[in-house]
Ligand binder design. Structure first.
Ligand SMILES: Nc1ncnc2c1ncn2[C@@H]1O[C@H](COP(=O)(O)OP(=O)(O)O)[C@@H](O)[C@H]1O
Ligand SMILES: [Mg+2]
Length: 239
């Protein structure tokens, strides 16, 4: 198991954002957390990244408890996140944004980064065309590509994606999900957070449904996609 989350609770002041959630991410898999706005999905990812404090419970990555591990060290260990809302640097070029993703690597020479640039620009040929442009000039879809590409520049074993399809046109959503599958096929484990349940469940080996901070359903992607309660509330008969 690459990631084991056990009885995890996280608060914002007195607000319990997630409560006693447990889930597993097997090495090599795509795992999805689905749920409505406010369910606790982003909080879960931020806590795995070390950006939010654990109240109770544990996060074990590759056999190691992360309780005392800094956020930067987690990136070095192979946990890399493309944040919700993309979080790109609009005034910097696409190339500079991608380079930022490698900031924790010890060797950041052009030669060391070349294979990773190659990987990212092969996955996202659009970015090769745009490489010298300020990222702020890019479309929403292209900015999402930058966010995922930047996360890949850290050479993750575990890629955390927070709503990569948000705000994108349907055609682009299909494309982004195809690329996520390709990244996974290349050997990167993916934990995918989505409101777009139909698309996420179609790709996920394992899926968990979060409702107001608690996991209320779990199973394979197709099990959840076939669950009448999930279909009624989250799929609108869309699968
Ligand atoms: N910075 C914050 N301060 C206070 N409450 C927050 C903050 N961020 C999120 N919350 C609350 O925590 C809960 C979970 O939010 P979040 O993890 O962002 O959900 P999701 O990503 O599923 O939409 C929500 O009730 C939200 O209002
Ligand atoms: Mg969110």
């Amino acid at each position: 198991m690459l990631l084991e989350v056990r009885d995890l609770s996280v608060n914002y002041g007195h607000i319990e954002a997630i409560r006693d959630i447990s889930f597993d991410v097997p090495e090599g898999s795509v795992v999805t957390l689905i749920g409505a706005n406010g369910a606790g999905k982003s909080t879960t990812l931020k806590t795995i990244s070390g950006l939010r404090k654990v109240r109770t419970g544990s996060i074990v990555y590759d056999g190691q408890d992360l309780a005392k591990v800094s956020a930067d060290r987690r990136v070095q260990m192979g946990i890399s996140q493309a944040p919700e809302g993309r979080g790109i640097f609009p005034g910097m070029t696409v190339r500079e944004n991608l380079e930022m993703g490698a900031y924790v690597r010890r060797n950041r020479s052009a030669a060391a980064l070349a294979p990773d640039f190659e990987r990212v620009l092969t996955l996202f040929p659009r970015l090769a065309e745009r490489i010298k442009q300020p990222a702020g000039n890019l479309s929403g879809g292209e900015q999402q590509m930058v966010a995922i590409g930047r996360a890949l520049m850290a050479q993750p074993r575990l890629l955390l994606l927070d709503e990569p399809s948000m705000g994108l046109a349907p055609k682009l959503i299909q494309q982004i999900f195809r690329i996520i599958e390709e990244i996974n096929a290349q050997g990167t484990t993916v934990l995918l957070v989505e409101q777009n349940a139909a698309q996420a469940l179609r790709r996920a080996h394992l899926a968990y449904l979060l409702e107001t901070g608690e996991i209320v359903r779990s199973g394979t992607g197709s099990e959840l996609a076939g669950d009448p309660a999930v279909r009624a509330a989250y799929l609108g008969g869309d699968v």
